[in-house]
Design a binder for this molecule. Structure first.
Ligand code: G3P
Length: 240
């Protein structure tokens, strides 16, 4: 699956991963989403880092048909196609050009049963699953459901600009330790408050393969310069 999903970027394991969550920010909606995705595509080409964008459902087709980097949904409902009003199926996001989805983001929490069903559904369609968790313990539980990637994010730091990799490094290191005991293949990220190149470098030094971030990029005065600095720091940290 990796070759199909990441054929357009570097082999996943050898390069760090930066996932940009556009959430429902005004700056990252519609043409704004496309503009920020194009900048991310340029940085990926320049720096050779795996960069993915997670956009609102209404922007998946617009973005996925315009840029050559992986586009993710922010959520899916683990339902089969049929009589489900207002739900968004994995089949629907795939047909729009998404290569996967976030699952259980703290702003879109699911039950454990729904998490398992979403991951299984995404897998059945050859789609990437990025499970979002909040503690080392929920990360360990989630790892057993075999998502492709897992991003641990303490909700209280989200949107604060206070990076988890510096404010709560123990959450990251404990998550790495517990998850690695259960699933050695899973790509591990951390997020919440990641705002600078140094925050990204620190996240990788703590044992992750990358980061999940939102507001620092979406609200940056110069998103290209910020993301370039983060990509360079990620590459340097992964080589060390
Ligand atoms: O999905 C990542 C997001 O929850 C982190 O938000 O704004 O702290 O980067 P932010």
């Amino acid at each position: 699956m990796w070759s199909r999903i990441f054929s357009r970027v570097q082999p996943l394991k050898s390069r760090p991963v930066i996932v940009l969550n556009f959430k429902t920010y005004r700056e990252a909606t519609g043409e704004g989403a496309l503009s920020l995705a194009r900048i991310a595509e340029r940085v990926r080409q320049d720096q050779g880092v795996n960069i993915m964008v997670s956009v609102q459902h209404t922007d998946i087709y617009r973005v996925a048909s315009s840029v050559n980097i992986p586009v993710l949904a922010q959520h899916i409902d683990a339902r089969d196609p049929g009589s489900w009003t207002g739900h968004v199926t994995a089949e629907a996001v795939k047909s729009s050009g998404a290569v996967g989805s976030l699952v259980n983001h703290s702003e879109r929490r699911l039950t454990l049963a729904d998490i398992g069903a979403c991951i299984a559904k995404l897998k059945s369609l050859g789609l990437l699953s990025i499970l979002c968790t909040d503690t080392p313990e929920t990360s360990a539980a989630g790892a057993a459901l075999t998502p492709d990637m897992l991003a641990v994010e303490p909700p209280e730091l989200i949107g604060t600009g206070i990076p988890v990799s510096k404010a709560k490094p123990e959450v990251v290191t404990e998550t790495v330790k517990l998850v690695r005991r259960i699933n050695s293949d899973l790509i591990l990220l951390c997020g919440a408050g990641i705002s600078t190149a140094d925050d990204v470098a620190r996240a990788i030094e703590l044992g992750t393969e990358g980061v999940l971030l939102a507001s620092a990029y979406v609200k940056a005065k110069d998103p290209y310069a910020l993301l370039t600095s983060m990509a360079k720091a990620a590459n340097d940290a992964l080589r060390r």
